[in-house]
Design a protein. Structure first.
Length: 148
């Protein structure tokens, strides 16, 4: 298994663990009141912003730990360059990831048009962000295994 495949697997697992642990952390903090109260909007705003920060920091820390562990176990350095295939795979993964997020964004806006609670919009946005992250990692893993 190549370095890129291992990195894609670690990225996939870390995305799932980060999102799952953050959701478990925030679930008990959900406000009780009405569906459209200011406290509910504050909760979802905090949820999105803190998830973004938590995810970025988590991915950075896990990437550093992975590189240290990889170097210790294989006695090899991380590849210092990206060839054309690596760049093409990254572009395809970004394309698929952005597509999934844009579809989620459009669905979240459509939920407002059909008079659904605003909470549904936030849930769809958060879920589409998570699914787009997972889609990017799976796309990279797929293309590194099967080729471009």
């Amino acid at each position: 298994m190549t370095y890129q495949e291992k990195k894609s697997i670690v990225s996939l697992i870390s995305a799932i663990l980060i999102f799952g642990s953050y959701c478990l952390y925030m679930y008990p903090r959900f406000p009780g009141g009405g569906l459209e109260s200011m406290e509910t909007f504050r909760y979802w705003g905090t949820f999105v912003l803190m998830l973004t920060l938590f995810s970025i920091v988590g991915h950075i820390i896990i990437s550093i730990i992975f590189n240290i562990f990889y170097r210790i176990t294989t006695r090899e350095k991380e590849p210092s360059f990206a060839d054309e295939m690596d760049k093409l795979i990254d572009l395809k993964a970004n394309r698929n990831s952005f597509f999934v997020f844009i579809v989620g964004f459009v669905l979240s806006m459509a939920s407002l048009i059909i008079y659904q609670p605003s909470q549904l919009m936030f849930i769809i946005l958060i879920a589409s962000g998570f699914i787009s992250d997972v889609t990017g990692s799976i796309t990279k893993l797929y293309h590194y295994r099967r080729g471009v």
